[in-house]
Design a binder for this molecule. Structure first.
Ligand SMILES: [Zn+2]
Length: 111
């Protein structure tokens, strides 16, 4: 990956990480709010709240895992072999690395 591409990808990853951190704050807030609600509401709406909390927890887990994968990729972005396919050695397109930061294979080899 050339210097300009690397810098552009790094910037996009940092943007994505900042967005995820913000999202994590919101989701954490929602999960907590639901907990408080449960003490004051009836059985049916409690079931609703639990379902909503389940969704929030699920989204929270997903966002956390994506954040971790992006941070790992970001920590390796200066490595010589970052963004190179482990199989054919060709460059992996930055768009793929953004969607799948842990990708070690190019689209062709991954298929
Ligand atoms: Zn390849």
């Amino acid at each position: 990956m050339d210097h300009a591409n690397r810098k552009a990808l790094e910037a996009r990853m940092r943007e994505e990480i900042a967005g995820l951190r913000e999202q994590l704050g919101d989701l954490g807030e929602r999960a907590r709010t639901v907990e408080l609600d449960q003490q004051a509401v009836g059985r049916l709406s409690r079931m609703d709240s639990l379902a909503n909390q389940g969704i929030a927890v699920n989204a929270l887990d997903k966002a956390k895992s994506r954040l971790a994968r992006l941070e790992r990729a970001l920590s390796r972005i200066e490595d010589e072999d970052f963004g190179l396919c482990a199989d054919c050695g060709e460059a992996i397109v930055p768009a793929r690395l953004l969607v799948l930061p842990e990708a070690v294979l190019c689209v062709g080899c991954a298929e």
